[in-house]
Design a protein around this ligand. Structure first.
Ligand code: HEM
Ligand SMILES: [Cu+2]
Length: 552
C-alpha cells in the first residue's frame, strides 16, 4: 500500500523550487571560491576580463545570500507543511509569489555582477557604487523574502485559529521565531537600500552618509547570521533526535533559546563596527555586552543537544560516563554531517567571542582571520547541517530513497568538506594573525618580508589555503552529484520527514513562551535602547557625505 506523502505534493513543489536554486548557487559559488583561493595562492592568474572583486562579489552573494536564503525557505515551507498540515491555495500562492519576486531580484543583481556593474562585494559598502539595477535587485530580494515569510506566518495564524489552546509544534514555533527575526532585521537593509543607495545611484542626491549606511547594514548583518543559524538549530532540536532514535531533552528549553536569540541578536550590530570612527565608546560597549548575552542561548543549545544525545545512548543501554557516544549513528550521513557541523561550532563560537572583544578585534579586523571565522560558522556549521537536511528532505519531497550508496558518498562528502575546511580555514585564521588582509588578490607588496612570510609556513601559507579550497571544491561537486541523484534518479520510495518527540519526563511548556507580541515588544525596546541615540547622532551631526567611487 502507498503511504500518504509526508509533505503535500503541491507544497513539495514549492520547496523543491527553492532547493534547486540553492544548489545551483552552491555550484557556481564554490567554483568562484576555488578560483579565488588559487589566485591568492599565486597558483593561477585571472583572465584580464574578470576582476578578483567581481569574482569575490559573486562568491559572497551566491553562497552567503542566495544559497542560504533559498535553502532556508525550502526547508521551512516543507517543515510547516509537515507539522501544521497542507497549505491553503492562498498560502501556497503567496509562497510562489515570494519565490518569484525573490528570484527576479536575484537574477537582476546577479546579471549586474556578471556585467561588472556591481563589484561592490556582498556587503556593498558605500562609497563603492553599483548600478542602480543592483540595488533594485536587492530590494526585490528582500521583498520576496517578506512575501514568502508572510505565507509562512499566514499558515501559522490559520493553524492557531483552528487549534485553539494547543501548543504549536516545535518546528513551527521555531519557524515563526526565525521569520520574525528576519522581518525585524531586514528593515535595516531595506531602509539603507531604498532611502540611501537607490537615490544616490540614480543621481538624485550627490552624496551618501557612509556611517549611517554601514550602521543600517550591520543592524541587519548580524541578525542575518542568526537567520542562517536558526534553521540549522531547528534541525538539531527537532529532526536530529528522531534520526538518532532518541527524544528531545526539553521542549521549553528549546523554545526559550529561540526567544533569547530573537532578543539578543539584533541590538548588537556595532560589534562589526568596533574600528569605525564616529560611534562613541559607550554605545559600542553597550552593544558588546548585549552581544555576549547571546552566549546564554548558545550554551543552552549545546547543553540541550548533548543531553538529547546522552539520553538516546542510555536508552540504548550505554553505560559509564561516555558510553553513549558510541551509540550515536556516526555512519548515517543524516547525522554525521550535522554532527561535524556542531564540532566546527566549538572553535567558531570561540572565534566569535574574540571578534566581538574590542581589543582583540583590533588584531583581527579585516584580516583573513575573519574569512576563516565565517567559513567555519556559516560555511561549515550551517552548510554541513543543510547538507545533512538535504539527504532526507530531497527524498521526502521527491518521493525517493536515500540509498546506502548515496549515504556512502555523503559520508565521503562530509569528510572531504571537513578536511578541506580544516586546511583552508585553519590557514586563514593563522594568516590573519600574521596580518594577511582579507579581500585582496595575489600580491607580494613589492616583495615585503611580512607578505613573503605568508607563503613560508607549512600551515600558515596561502598555498595551504588554496589546497584546502581545492578539496572543498571536490566536496562541493560531490554534493551536487548527490543532490541530482536524490532529486531525479534515486529509486521511488516513501521517506520519512524526521520530527522528534519530547522526552516523557520533560516538564510542561509554559504558555508565555509563545507570546510573540511580548517578545517582539521586548526586542523592539532593546533595539530602540541600543540604537536611537547613536542613529540620531549620525543623522544630526552628519558630515557632508561622500560622492560615489567606482575603482574597478
Ligand atoms: C569550495 C568552497 C569554498 C571555497 C574554496 C571558498 C573560498 C573563499 C576564499 C578564497 C575567499 C576570499 C578571501 C578573500 O580574498 O578575502 C572567500 C570569501 C568568502 N566566502 Fe568562501 N569559500 C567556499 C565556500 C563558502 C561557503 C559555503 C560560504 C557561505 C555559505 C562562503 C562565504 C564566503 C563569504 C561571505 C566570503 C567573503 C566575501 C567578501 O569578502 O566579500 N564561502 N571564500
Ligand atoms: Cu555579528
Amino acid at each position: 500500500m502507498r503511504q500518504a506523502a509526508e509533505v503535500d505534493i503541491h507544497d513539495s513543489k514549492l520547496s523543491m523550487a527553492y532547493i534547486y536554486i540553492a544548489f545551483a548557487a552552491l555550484f557556481l559559488g564554490t567554483m568562484a571560491g576555488v578560483v579565488q583561493g588559487l589566485v591568492r595562492g599565486g597558483l593561477i592568474e585571472l583572465p584580464y576580463s574578470i576582476s578578483y572583486y567581481q569574482l569575490l562579489t559573486a562568491h559572497g552573494v551566491l553562497l552567503a545570500l542566495v544559497l542560504t536564503t533559498y535553502f532556508i525557505y525550502g526547508f521551512l515551507h516543507a517543515g510547516m507543511s509537515r507539522t501544521l498540515g497542507t497549505m491553503t491555495p492562498f498560502e501556497r500562492r503567496l509562497g510562489w509569489i515570494g519565490f518569484w519576486v525573490l528570484t527576479i531580484g536575484t537574477l537582476l543583481s546577479f546579471a549586474m555582477i556578471l556585467t561588472n556593474d556591481a563589484s561592490v562585494l556582498y556587503t556593498f559598502y558605500a562609497p563603492l557604487q553599483a548600478s542602480p539595477l543592483y540595488y533594485v535587485g536587492l530590494t526585490l530580494f528582500v521583498v520576496g523574502t517578506w512575501i514568502g515569510g508572510a505565507s509562512l506566518l499566514a499558515h501559522y495564524i490559520r493553524w492557531k485559529k483552528q487549534n485553539r489552546g494547543q501548543i504549536t509544534p516545535l518546528f513551527s514555533f521555531m519557524t515563526v521565531g526565525t521569520i520574525l527575526l528576519w522581518f525585524v532585521a531586514s528593515i535595516g537593509v531595506a531602509a539603507t537600500v531604498l532611502l540611501q543607495f537607490l537615490p544616490w545611484s540614480l543621481g538624485l542626491v550627490d552624496n551618501i552618509n557612509i556611517l549611517l549606511s554601514r550602521t543600517l547594514f550591520w543592524y541587519f548583518g548580524h541578525p542575518l547570521v542568526y537567520f542562517w543559524l536558526l534553521p540549522a538549530y531547528i534541525a538539531w532540536y527537532v529532526c536530529i533526535p528522531k534520526i538518532i532514535g532518541g527524544k528531545l531533552f526539553s521542549d521549553s528549553l528549546a523554545r526559550l533559546a529561540f526567544v533569547l536569540f530573537l532578543l539578543f541578536s539584533i541590538p548588537v550590530g556595532f560589534h562589526h563596527q568596533l574600528m569605525e570612527a564616529g560611534i562613541s565608546e559607550f554605545w559600542k560597549y553597550l552593544q558588546v555586552v548585549l552581544t555576549f548575552a547571546v552566549i546564554v542561548p548558545s550554551l543552552l543549545t549545546a547543553f540541550s543537544i548533548f543531553a538529547t544525545f546522552e539520553l538516546a545512548g542510555r536508552a540504548k543501554g550505554a553505560r559509564g560516563a561516555f558510553g553513549w557516544v558510541r551509540k550515536l549513528p556516526f555512519k548515517d550521513a543524516r547525522f554525521f554531517a550535522p554532527f561535524m557541523g556542531m564540532l566546527f561550532f566549538i572553535p567558531a563560537g570561540t572565534g566569535g567571542i574574540i571578534n566581538a572583544s574590542n581589543q582583540m578585534n583590533a588584531v583581527v579586523h579585516n584580516t583573513l582571520w575573519v574569512v576563516g571565522h565565517f567559513h567555519i560558522t556559516v560555511g561549515s556549521t550551517v552548510i554541513l547541517t543543510f547538507f545533512g537536511i538535504a539527504y532526507w528532505l530531497i527524498p521526502v519531497l521527491r518521493g525517493r530513497a536515500f540509498t546506502a550508496r548515496m549515504n556512502k558518498l555523503a559520508m565521503t562528502q562530509t569528510i572531504l568538506w571537513t578536511v578541506g575546511m580544516f586546511f583552508m580555514s585553519g590557514a586563514m585564521h593563522l594568516l590573519g594573525l600574521l596580518g594577511a588582509p582579507r579581500r585582496t588578490a595575489y600580491t607580494t607588496y613589492q616583495d615585503h618580508a611580512t607578505a613573503a612570510a605568508w607563503f613560508d609556513g607549512v600551515f600558515a601559507n596561502q598555498v595551504t589555503m588554496a589546497l584546502g579550497g581545492v578539496i572543498l571544491f571536490v566536496a562541493s561537486m560531490l554534493m551536487i552529484y548527490i543532490v541530482i541523484n536524490l532529486a531525479f534518479f534515486a529509486p521511488k520510495a516513501h521517506t520519512e520527514f524526521p520530527i522528534g518527540e519530547v522526552a516523557e519526563d520533560a516538564g510542561e511548556t509554559p504558555r508565555i513562551l509563545e507570546n510573540w507580541k511580548l517578545w517582539i515588544g521586548i526586542a523592539i525596546a532593546l533595539i530602540l535602547f541600543a540604537y536611537t541615540i547613536p542613529l540620531m547622532d549620525m543623522i544630526q551631526n552628519a558630515p557632508p557625505g561622500s560622492p560615489p567611487f567606482r575603482p574597478w
